[in-house]
Design a protein around this ligand. Structure first.
Ligand code: ATP
Length: 341
């Protein structure tokens, strides 16, 4: 029997509920401090209690997972808390492509894959001296928007960077990534690519609510101008969005181009869930500033099925359940190696 395991954070509830509904044993790698929370949910069969998530790399944890024939579902917390080398060293089979996670974490590699996928990306700014328009300054990896800031000139950049350093939010030698700020309606496009079927599915769209950039928009400009705090983009939650139907054709094209590019650049390609993140401008032109090569927390809003999956499945289908369904199909047809790395 196969089990499905994940780290206790991000979208663990959705993933394990979906796994249980598909008949799998479910395992949660859970930090002690969150044990009480996760014990509330009866669909979690076993908790591996750890002090830190990094213990998933230890022999002890790996052997429990191995005894259970577990498949590990990677999500944002795995990426945020472990280096690419550490993730790649995990012996438990990882759902999807663990090698592509490095391409998500490294800003340079990310840009390369997005260009290969013909995604319209905001222009990168290599040197703070070249800041001529409004830019957003980001940290490496999936920092979830924490410590990000906007700047309109080199001077502005230096002031804000120094302030964040003295506030202890970023470190002095941290290399920052600068790109042009793209204004418009935020849209995080969630997909699933099934290597078993060779098919791309469009799952849904979410928007992120980010503090304190959102809070800033709710106060009058007079107070905004007086504030000397550097607003961050820390994600607090997500809400659903449906797109104008006329935009769907392009959405599928972007998803397909991304799958194609990933196949070419990083074998075995973009298997499983992924997300293309960006904004639509006043001409409904999409600019993509980011991708996630695994399930995103924004899929939590559709635990009972998304509008677009309602069109494809005659049953409530969450992203967590879709992942479990793919694993079930692979187990039944002896193709687990096709969907894990
Ligand atoms: P995650 O890995 O959690 O997706 P991240 O740390 O890689 O996040 P981004 O998604 O690149 O960060 O950026 C965080 C937020 O900053 C976005 O959700 C968006 O609101 C804003 N943002 C990022 N890049 C741009 C841009 N070029 N133009 C406008 N807004 C942007």
């Amino acid at each position: 029997m196969t089990a499905i395991a994940t780290l206790g954070s991000h979208c663990a509830l959705q993933v394990l509920k979906g796994a249980k509904d598909e008949g799998f044993k479910t395992i949660l790698i859970c930090e002690k401090k969150r044990e009480k929370l996760y014990r509330r949910f009866p669909f979690i069969d076993e908790l591996i209690i750890v002090d830190y998530f990094k213990e998933v790399l230890d022999e002890k944890c790996q052997s429990i997972l191995q005894q259970n024939n577990a498949v590990l579902i990677p999500h944002g917390t795995l990426i945020a808390q472990m280096s690419s080398e550490e993730i790649e060293s995990i012996k438990t089979p990882i759902f999807g492509n663990k090698w592509i996670l490095r391409w998500e974490s490294d800003r340079g590699m990310k840009e390369k894959l997005m260009i290969e996928a013909k995604l319209p990306i905001p222009a990168p700014v290599l040197n703070p001296k070249d800041i001529k328009k409004l830019v957003i300054v980001k940290r490496q990896g999936a920092a979830g928007g924490k410590g990000y800031f906007m700047a309109a000139s080199e001077e502005d950049y230096n002031t804000k960077r120094n302030q964040l350093i003295s506030d202890g939010i970023i470190s002095k030698d941290e290399s920052l990534y600068i790109q042009e700020y793209a204004a418009g309606v935020l849209a995080y496009l969630q997909f699933f690519y099934s290597p078993l079927k060779g098919e791309l599915e469009f799952f849904g769209v979410d928007q992120r609510h980010e503090s304190d950039i959102e809070g800033l928009a709710r106060i009058p400009s007079e107070q905004q101008l007086k504030s000397d705090k550097v607003p961050s983009f820390n994600v607090i939650g997500n809400s659903p969005l449906v797109l104008r139907e006329s935009l769907l054709e392009e959405v599928y094209n972007m998803g397909e181009n991304f799958v194609e590019a990933a196949k070419k650049m990083v074998a075995p390609g973009m298997n499983g869930p992924f997300c293309i993140e960006g904004v639509y401008d006043e001409n409904a032109k999409f600019t993509s500033f980011e991708f996630s090569a695994r399930i995103v927390a924004g899929s939590n809003i559709y635990m009972d099925g998304s509008p677009y999956y309602t069109l494809l499945f005659n049953e409530p289908m969450s992203m967590g359940k879709r992942i479990a369904r793919e694993i079930k199909l692979a187990v039944e047809s002896n193709q687990l190696d096709k969907i894990t790395t």
